[in-house]
Ligand binder design. Structure first.
Ligand SMILES: NC(=O)c1ccc[n+]([C@@H]2O[C@H](COP(=O)([O-])OP(=O)(O)OC[C@H]3O[C@@H](n4cnc5c(N)ncnc54)[C@H](OP(=O)(O)O)[C@@H]3O)[C@@H](O)[C@H]2O)c1
Length: 387
């Protein structure tokens, strides 16, 4: 409760400023929650959430919400302002990313916000895009709006990791997912298919797929498992990202499911400049897109170059589903930004392929930190992010 007007708050009593700060956090969390809904749909733009709140009556009233639309436009602020109409006048805009200030394919959101008569803007994360950084907020302040930045900044950095990584590092953010048996194996040495996790954990992985712009796998995983790599959750089937295979010599079999179904969703292969042209022709004829990058000292795909190429194609969030050799390659090149490990309840108790190899173990120890550990049925999900 706020102290009565006209007297100083007594010790322990909440000031009007404290109450407003709490509301700012509540509505920013709301903006973050709705912004996350379109993850995987808005590339190359971030999926931003916006909430317009009117304090005209003294109590907060949500007048509109907006999310960046599929394909990246219109931006969330524009959606919320258009939905609010005249109710935007005098309102407070909560937005997960600093409003843009540059003329791109659409006029800058900062101008739209000013034009709509918004009185105050609260944003979570300053945009690392050099065309915007700090300028969006400056434009708003110059026009006389009150501006507060940095509210729930860490959570916004998580939501917008794809955009931030693409803008600051020139590559997409990589979330590596691995499943392992209770004794640490990703696969049996015998080549027989190993079912490590249960239905709940698998559904969670399908949901994680929808939040990515691309799914990445190594060639051996395609050869061993012939995975479809699509989202098969009821109602979310249309949210299957592009499938990308890392394959140094274009050995991807034409019979593989992801080749046979290329186009729905698209299948891309990242290979080396030395890979045979005849193999490329066959894959292209089957509807696969082939991209060439340099080879490392072992003749394998340079993963840093491959990821940069994906960023050029607008990919901001990569969900890597293994296997362990690709995971090692990514860890060696310091390209794993987040790691999700699902550990099943059963032991393999036989020779197998370790889920976490030496490079990933080192990466885990030196670069990542555990942020959550949650059960999913009989399995346990551990989530790591950069320390
Ligand atoms: N439990 C899990 O989470 C999980 C997930 C996926 C797969 N799996 C299992 O793991 C096994 C396959 O895994 P895997 O470790 O053998 O292979 P993988 O990681 O699926 O694929 C590795 C292959 O990718 C190609 N590649 C190209 N450039 C690379 C680079 N820079 N770094 C690393 N690899 C590169 C290499 O073949 P070329 O050089 O010939 O192109 C390499 O042999 C299967 O049994 C599968 O069932 C388990």
């Amino acid at each position: 409760m706020s102290p009565a007007a006209g007297r100083a708050p007594v010790a322990g009593e909440m000031t009007a400023g404290d109450a407003q700060a709490q509301r700012d956090v509540v509505y920013m969390r709301n903006a973050l929650a709705i912004g996350r809904r379109n993850l995987g749909l808005t590339a190359p733009n971030p999926s931003v959430g916006a909430v317009l709140v009117s304090y005209a009556s003294g109590e907060p009233v949500v007048v509109a919400r907006g999310i960046t639309q599929p394909g990246g436009r219109p931006h969330a602020e524009r959606v919320a302002i258009d939905a609010a109409g005249p109710a935007a006048r005098g309102a407070t805009l909560y937005v997960t990313l600093e409003p843009c200030s540059h003329h791109g394919k659409t006029p800058p959101c900062a101008e739209a916000v000013i034009h709509a008569g918004v009185a105050r803007v609260v944003y979570a994360l300053a945009d690392p895009d050099p065309r915007v950084s700090g300028r969006g907020a400056a434009l708003l302040r110059q026009a006389g709006l009150a501006v507060t930045g940095g509210i729930e900044e860490a959570e916004a950095a998580r939501s917008h990791i794809g955009h931030v990584t693409r803008v600051t590092k020139g590559r997409p953010a990589v979330l590596l997912k691995l499943a392992r048996t209770a004794d640490g194996y990703a696969a049996a040495a015998s080549n027989e298919r190993l079912l490590i996790t249960g239905a709940l954990a698998n559904a969670r992985v399908h949901l994680m797929r929808t939040h990515a712009d691309a799914i990445l796998v190594g060639l051996n995983t395609v050869v061993a498992d012939d995975p479809r790599l699509t989202t098969r959750l009821p109602g979310l089937e249309h949210r299957s990202p592009v499938r990308v295979v890392v394959d140094s010599t274009l050995a991807l079999p034409l019979e593989a499911g992801i080749v046979q179904s290329a186009g729905a969703p698209p299948t891309w292969v990242i290979t080396t400049i030395d890979a045979p042209v005849a193999a490329e022709r066959r894959l292209v004829a089957a509807g696969v897109e082939v991209m060439r990058v340099g080879a490392d000292e072992r003749g394998r795909v340079r993963l840093d170059e491959g990821l940069r190429l994906l960023a050029v194609r607008g990919v901001t969030r990569v969900f890597c589903e293994g296997g362990p050799a690709l995971a090692e390659g990514l860890a060696q090149a310091d390209l794993v930004d987040e790691l999700a490990i699902a550990t099943g309840p059963r032991r393999l108790a036989a020779p197998g392929l370790a889920a976490v190899g030496p490079a990933l173990a080192r990466h885990l120890e030196t670069r990542l930190r555990l942020v959550s550990e949650e059960p999913a049925g009989e399995d346990v999900f551990q989530h790591y992010e950069r320390a």
